[in-house]
Design a protein around this ligand. Structure first.
Ligand SMILES: [Mg+2]
Length: 251
């Protein structure tokens, strides 16, 4: 019995600033049928509030408390595991905002943690600073390792490309809190009192969304409106495949 549907965003509900055709109506119908609608994105550049506003502007009703982004997971992870540590941020405003909101202190020197996400103002100097902090013993965390993300310009380098440069310099491996790590699903289950079997994950990328559902024990739906195509289904097999979210109905 599915009680909550967790939707990926890019490639699933929208592409760039354009809603996928039929997405607003499909989600409205789902809400009318009593299902809880949640949103989960690996993007770490925007805060939950920004994402909720973007969805609302496309006609998709969304509240901040229904939105989960990897910047928020970073904040929750640090608060849970390292509440006393300070953070050097390689990331954008959304990430800094989520960390500040749970009271995590952002510093430029002597950080306990280096947190890395997509940063479109990334420079050699930031890489060097992160490297120095890691050399002094800081813990390395990452929002996600997505190699690319879809934009109006096509696929552009994602957080994974930046994380890789920090990892390469330091010889360390980042701990990832976004998909496919199950930390996000644990947070969603806690916040909404849900069990694995009550959750359905809908996404467009096999190696993040569908792998995430599989690893974490939830059912999954692959949509064809984004990155993955039917020919890409090999080892990681979704429970359902649909053309786009417009076709979505509860199983
Ligand atoms: Mg996606």
């Amino acid at each position: 019995m599915i009680k909550a549907v967790v939707f990926d965003l890019d490639g699933t509900l929208y592409r760039g600033s354009q809603a996928i055709r039929g997405a607003p109506d499909a989600l409205k119908k789902l809400r009318e049928n009593g299902a809880r609608v949640l949103f989960l994105t690996n993007a770490a550049t925007r805060s939950r509030k920004d994402v909720a506003e973007k969805l609302c502007s496309m006609g998709i009703k969304a509240g901040k408390e229904e939105v989960y982004c990897s910047a928020y997971f970073l904040a929750r992870y640090i608060r849970e595991h390292y509440p006393d540590k300070t953070v050097f941020v390689v990331g954008e405003r959304g990430m800094a905002e989520e960390l500040a909101e749970v009271g995590i202190r952002h510093v430029e020197r002597d950080a306990g943690i280096v947190a890395v996400g997509l940063d479109r103002q990334f420079t050699y100097e930031k890489l060097a600073r992160a490297h120095e902090e890691l050399g002094k013993g800081a813990i390395l965390l990452a929002s996600n390792k997505d190699s690319t993300f879809p934009t109006e310009r096509g696929f552009m380098p994602g957080a994974g490309s930046i994380v890789a440069s920090v990892e390469t310099a330091s010889g360390r491996e980042a701990h990832v809190v976004g998909k496919p790590n199950c930390f996000g699903l644990e947070i969603i289950k806690q916040d909404h009192r849900l069990e694995n079997k009550e959750i359905l994950v809908v996404g467009d990328r096999i190696e993040t969304d569908i792998l995430f559902a599989k690893e974490c024990g939830a059912k999954s739906v692959l949509v064809m409106s984004g990155v993955s195509k039917k020919k890409d289904i090999r080892n990681i097999v979704p429970d359902y495949v649909i053309e786009s979210v417009a076709e979505f109905s509860l199983p």
